[in-house]
Design a protein around this ligand. Structure first.
Ligand SMILES: Nc1ncnc2c1ncn2[C@@H]1O[C@H](COP(=O)(O)OP(=O)(O)OP(=O)(O)O)[C@@H](O)[C@H]1O
Ligand SMILES: [Mg+2]
Length: 287
């Protein structure tokens, strides 16, 4: 079935989201349909491991028996299909788009499935990109999902802004690298989510340290981590700290990320579930 009644056209249920001023409460969102939790995964800048972290979280959630989907909203830099060894095309037999399925049964949609090969660039203007993402949410046969994770485009441009305002996101996870922490770029993206009333669910620090495979000593390659400080400042949990691990990129590059064992991802997925539960109980308390 489709993700939502009126939204099955891929359009928001009322006036265009982009028309609303920043900071205004989100009211014209698409419907969630049979998706229980929609979690956006964002970052302040590109290349911090956002797609990898999104996929690892999805894999770990799936391993708990939950039904999980991934919407690759990084339309101009899609990389989720490669991590799972997926290729297109996406099929629409007139009843909505059928997502591709990973080996462990995670449905995925991505703009990568719409181009001929992974060398072909997606060159589209912002409004078209935004429309595609909305179509990926509302026009796809996601079925009943416990979690839909959205690999967001990085930064604070018009595209993430419209996604925030239009897709019924339950909360946002931020992925950051130690360098990004130092430069505080992530604050802009976190502040944007806050301003748009998107709950912050937690932080994932990637490239956090290197663990010697022999003696297990950990080295923080970029100096002492500032993640705890930023998490405390925003009142959000650190869901996990992923080390630099060549095995991670090797398996991802081979399209076999699902074969990567990760206790850290398992713990991060559990922390994410706890964070979602806490936010839900806070909402009930407010009412
Ligand atoms: N913890 C890690 N250890 C080793 N390699 C990693 C790790 N995390 C990510 N990588 C590698 O770094 C590269 C960038 O990761 P990824 O594509 O997930 O980043 P991104 O933030 O989604 O980038 P983009 O902005 O281009 O979408 C990939 O080749 C990935 O395999
Ligand atoms: Mg990416």
């Amino acid at each position: 079935m489709s993700a939502g009644g009126p939204s099955s056209t891929g359009h928001p249920s009322s006036s265009p989201a982009g028309a609303r001023p920043r900071g205004q409460s989100v009211t014209a969102r698409m419907e969630k349909g049979a998706i229980r939790h929609v979690v956006a995964v964002g970052s302040g800048k590109g290349g911090v491991g956002k797609s990898t972290a999104t996929s690892l979280l999805a894999i770990a959630l799936r391993r708990t028996g939950a039904s999980v989907g991934i919407l690759d909203a990084d339309v101009t830099g899609p990389s989720v299909p490669k991590l799972f060894g997926l290729t297109g095309p996406l099929l629409d037999r007139g009843e909505g788009i059928e997502p591709a399925k990973t080996a462990s049964g995670i449905p995925v949609v991505s703009s990568q499935f719409l181009v001929e090969d992974d060398q072909t660039p997606v060159i589209w203007r912002g409004p078209l990109v935004t429309r595609m993402i909305l179509q990926f949410f509302g026009g796809v046969n996601w079925g009943a999902l416990d979690y839909l994770l959205i690999d967001m485009p990085p930064g604070t441009s018009d595209v993430p802004l419209t996604v925030f305002q239009t897709i019924p996101i339950d909360g946002m996870v931020f992925v950051l690298s130690p360098q990004e922490l130092a430069a505080l770029i992530v604050r802009k993206a976190m502040n944007m989510a806050r301003e748009l009333h998107v709950p912050l669910l937690g932080i994932v620090e990637n490239f956090a340290y290197f663990e010697c495979p022999h003696c297990k000593e950990r080295t923080e390659l970029f100096g002492p981590s500032g993640v705890a400080r930023v998490a405390a400042e925003y009142g959000v949990p650190v869901l996990g700290r992923f080390p630099v691990d060549p095995q991670l990129s090797i398996r991802g590059d081979a399209g076999r990320l699902e074969e990567y064992p990760s206790d850290i991802a398992t713990a991060a997925a559990k922390a994410l579930q706890d964070s979602l539960a806490t936010k839900a109980s806070q909402k009930i308390t407010m009412i």
